[in-house]
Design a protein around this ligand. Sequence first.
Ligand SMILES: [Zn+2]
Length: 331
Amino acid sequence: MDYIVLDMEWNQPWPGSPSSKKVLPVAIRGEIIQIGAVRVTEGREVADEFQVLIKPKYYRHLNRRVSKLTGIKESRLRDEGVPFPEAMEQFRAWCGEDIIFLTWGFDDIGILRENLRLFGLAEDWTERWFNAQMIFNAQTDGATAQKALKTAMEIFGIEATRPAHDALGDAYHTALICARLDLDKGTREYAQALKSHENGFHGAQIPGCIARKVFYDYADKRAALSAMAGEENECPLCKKRMLGSRWFAQPGHRYMDLATCPEHGKFLIRVRLSEQPDGLVRVSRLTYEATSEAAQAYARRAEKADPEDQIPNRRRRRRRNASGEGKAVAE
Ligand SMILES: [Zn+2]
């Protein structure tokens, strides 16, 4: 069995152009114009490489943004590109039979399958694949979701020796990262890594994080944050209700708050909101020790806080209900 690290570049019609109005027999997010792949053996040796340029059939004009990003010119695709079915034949012959695809991100395999379908070609050989980002996150202590390739390379101390945004260059760099991961373990534990990703938990260990929990089915952001500061604001030690201070918004629908248990002191709460398929709101909640790096970051943030940052509790006040419990109430 070999791992095939795959990266592709694809073309999209310029918005409003005649190509963009074309109705294709199969909807595609982009038409593949370049495939780069590097083989990583079961023993995690970075082995041989494959590259092919593809002459687009449906979106013949190269989007200038794609051209700028990839450095590929339309004339080069015309001169050196081969039709997609021929490129696939070459690619499959190079791959061999017993393969598992690894990609950096979720997009590539989906786009490959759309293109195969559009050309009426078999898709079953792409069945075994994994997003290497998820394995990377599970085996490092990454704190953000989908890491840029460049960031992952920096974490592993890998120098870029190939051009970025070139399919083979990106595939090669990804292969260097994959060769340092425990791929066997990563693929075995992939389902768990995916679930963690979905729940907003990134990384194997987050320093100082003492509790993780997911909550479902809030009507909206306000209801979710209100529950997080109210009835679900449990002390991780005694499970009693904690008092919150205020939410600070962070990028990516994330908020943080410093909560206090009368008995156990302060804890940093970080939540990430995401929309469920049914439109309701899901919350991933992380509780950190107040001495953790994350809590110290909160304290620094709170010190130099701009009132504009303090949402959405800014327009609320705390009331005490009959039972004397604090509850965030919208005014
Ligand atoms: Zn407590």
